[in-house]
Ligand binder design. Structure first.
Ligand code: SF4
Length: 365
């Protein structure tokens, strides 16, 4: 893009212009030092919309099982029943993990799992109940539209009925995962057994309608195009206009190493650093109705995550304590990030670190 055109566009966006798809595509195609101009504009918008604090949540993952009826091409986590490395945590183990999480003073327990062949809607309710019993008062951030659709299908219920059951059992917010790329031609190649775009949108909207907020995600860096990124972000922006139910955007950079898609030569080796920064920066500028943009240290590593914090992001995600999905795909050092290290990273860019709840209320340190 011509330097003058880019400068004008960025100035207009900062002045309140709502970016269109063509403009977003042009920004994603930017190379060279213009990337820094986009990051700087996004950082300004971040400052206005979300303030100076770098936030994080003290959370713990409990992934109940990696046994899954699906076989998504980007997934290095799932196993078939009986396969080496397959696991299933029973009630006692889930309660033990939840109790440990409480002892660690987490404010959020996060649980997403494989689609176990024996699961029904009641299975999700049971898991939530066990977690609730062992860790009362902790925010339960769980499931995603794929799990809701699966539970509904297995139990002969509507997805609204399943969401109501989940809410009744203690679900406080839902993960906006299983979105991957919300373009069906891409979904057919990377996760053809997953719900189509239309169904993902419907279930997310239903959740928001029932007062269940969700995150929004995008999983990028495999075989999709920049045009697909723009289509995906447009869908998220439209939903947010309608419901206001998204708490944040969490860009998920594809971890390729152990995935069938990469091993079969069908996907590239993940996004580049330029693309990771642009996803944060253009995400910030395009999603003018989102307050929070997260950088995932699990996916990007702490050094690139830190750069994301000066390219439009305001949140570092969670401490984790236990992580297995990115690890399964080949990522390293994903289990725990000490808030002391987050503090060091935030201070290094001249910003304060603040602990938050899942819904972004600031907590005393
Ligand atoms: S991404 Fe989820 S649904 Fe797909 S194979 Fe992995 S665990 Fe199963």
């Amino acid at each position: 893009m011509e330097q003058g055109t880019l400068a004008d566009l960025l100035e207009n966006i900062q002045g309140g212009h709502r970016m269109n798809a063509k403009e977003a595509l042009a920004l994603f195609r930017t190379r060279g030092r213009q990337v820094w101009d986009i990051a700087a504009a996004a950082d300004e918008v971040r400052k206005e919309r979300a303030g100076e604090a770098v936030t994080y949540v003290r959370n713990q993952n409990i992934n109940v099982t990696n046994i899954c009826v699906n076989a998504c091409g980007f997934c290095g986590y799932s196993r078939k029943r009986g396969e080496e490395g397959a696991y299933f945590h029973d009630r006692a183990m889930i309660r033990k993990k939840a109790a440990l999480a409480r002892k660690r003073q987490v404010t959020e327990i996060c649980t997403v799992s494989g689609l176990h062949p024996d699961f029904t809607a009641q299975s999700y309710v049971d898991v939530y109940t066990w977690i609730r019993e062992a860790a009362p008062g902790v925010h339960l951030h769980a499931s995603n539209p794929m799990e809701v659709a699966y539970a509904a299908r297995k139990s002969g219920l509507s997805t609204v009925q399943v969401l109501e059951m989940m809410k009744e059992a203690g679900l406080n917010s839902m993960c906006g995962t299983a979105a991957e790329i919300l373009v069906d031609s891409v979904r057919k190649k990377i996760c053809r057994q997953k719900i189509p775009t239309k169904e993902w949108i419907r279930i997310i909207t239903e959740a928001h309608g029932l007062g269940i907020p969700t995150t929004a995600t995008i999983m990028y860096g495999h075989l999709e195009t920049y045009g697909d990124w723009v289509r995906h972000l447009s869908i998220l922006r439209d939903i947010q206009d309608e419901t206001g139910g998204f708490t944040e955007l969490v860009p998920l950079s594809f971890i390729h190493m152990n995935t069938p898609l990469y091993k079969a030569g069908l996907a590239r080796a993940g996004a580049t650093g330029r693309e990771d920064l642009l996803m944060v920066a253009v995400g910030r500028l395009f999603l003018d109705n989102f307050r929070n943009i997260q950088v995932s240290w699990v996916k990007e590593g702490i050094k690139l995550a830190q750069l994301g914090l000066i390219a439009g992001a305001n949140d570092l995600g969670g401490t984790m304590f236990e992580e297995s999905i990115s690890k399964g795909a080949g990522a390293r050092n994903t289990d725990y990030l000490d808030p002391a290290e987050m503090e060091r990273v935030a201070r290094d860019i001249g910003r304060p670190l603040r602990r938050r709840t899942t819904l972004y209320e600031l907590l005393p340190d």
